[in-house]
Ligand binder design. Structure first.
Ligand code: SIN
Length: 278
């Protein structure tokens, strides 16, 4: 197995692995090391049914079912992300890290390209270790005491996510479970449970900061959002049919670029559950 970095910030293309096979523990161990070293890893020319993608995802932990979007009818753990020329908005089109509104947000996400546009539809990733390390000591000390209020079911301005999605994308939405916790508080600086490194934990789910008024926290949230995706922290992945990305949500953000208005893009996504951020 070889890893070739695709940028100075994060991201590496892995060669020499066929993810459709039953992989040995030692190969899974090598993939884990590559993920921890590069934060997001990419595999080309894979040939995966939804069931095989799910089998690979299960090697990393329990699977997270999306609370607002319907999974595939014959494989509900797999979410088909589809955008056609009729859709103006795309799914995942703002900088975020997955399931931040949950008490135990996603550890990792595995995204597989079924049909990509002839040009465009890339995904960008940002390294949140680097974003944290670039802050001043004063800012690091201040943020170390602050928790973000992460909201899952409301867009800013109070529109429900279900209504917003139903009105703007063709993907099928579902009514979330009644007992779903859709707001959680997490530290703005989190420690990676495997590497021990600190990273900035910010994204579009962070609407407020604990103990601050909206007018106090809004400029700080905006500053951190802008800071966290500076070009020097970012890589950009160009998909081909059969490409697969596996990213670590505990130390990255990502954004799906919406720049292919006349074409269709279809991806299969499986999300692995994580633990409580600290
Ligand atoms: C996502 O945010 O999970 C979607 C990313 C993509 O479609 O590139």
């Amino acid at each position: 197995m070889d890893a070739h970095p695709i940028a100075g910030s994060l991201g590496a293309e892995i060669s020499g692995v066929d993810l459709s096979q039953d992989l040995s523990d030692s190969v899974i161990g090598e993939i884990r090391s590559a993920l921890l070293d590069h934060q997001v890893i990419f595999f080309r020319d894979q040939n995966l049914t939804p069931q095989r993608q799910l089998a690979f995802a299960r090697r990393w932990g329990k699977i997270h079912l999306h609370p607002f979007m319907a999974g595939m009818p014959d494989c509900p753990e797999v979410l088909e992300i589809r955008k056609t020329p009729d859709d103006k908005r795309n799914f995942g089109g703002s900088w975020h890290t997955d399931q931040m509104f949950a008490p135990q947000p996603a550890m990792g996400t595995i995204l597989y390209a079924q049909q990509v546009p002839s040009v465009g539809g890339d995904t960008m990733f940002s390294n949140q270790y680097l974003a944290y390390e670039a802050l001043s000591d004063g800012m690091k000390a201040m943020l170390s005491r602050v928790r973000g209020v992460c909201v899952g079911d409301k867009k800013r301005g109070g529109v429900s996510r279900m209504d917003y999605n139903a009105a703007t994308i063709a993907m099928k939405t579902v009514e979330p479970p009644k007992d779903l916790q859709t707001t959680s508080m997490h530290p703005l600086v989190r420690t990676h449970p495997e590497t021990g490194r600190k990273s900035l934990y910010i994204g579009s789910h962070v609407h407020y900061l604990e103990g601050m008024t909206e007018s106090e926290c809004a400029p700080l949230i905006q500053y951190l959002r802008d800071h966290s995706v500076k070009p020097e922290f970012v890589c950009r992945f160009q998909w081909r049919n059969g490409s697969l990305a596996f990213w670590d949500n505990r130390c990255t953000q990502h954004l799906a670029i919406n720049d292919y208005p006349a074409e269709t893009r279809v991806m299969h996504r499986v999300t692995v559950r994580g633990d409580t951020p600290f």
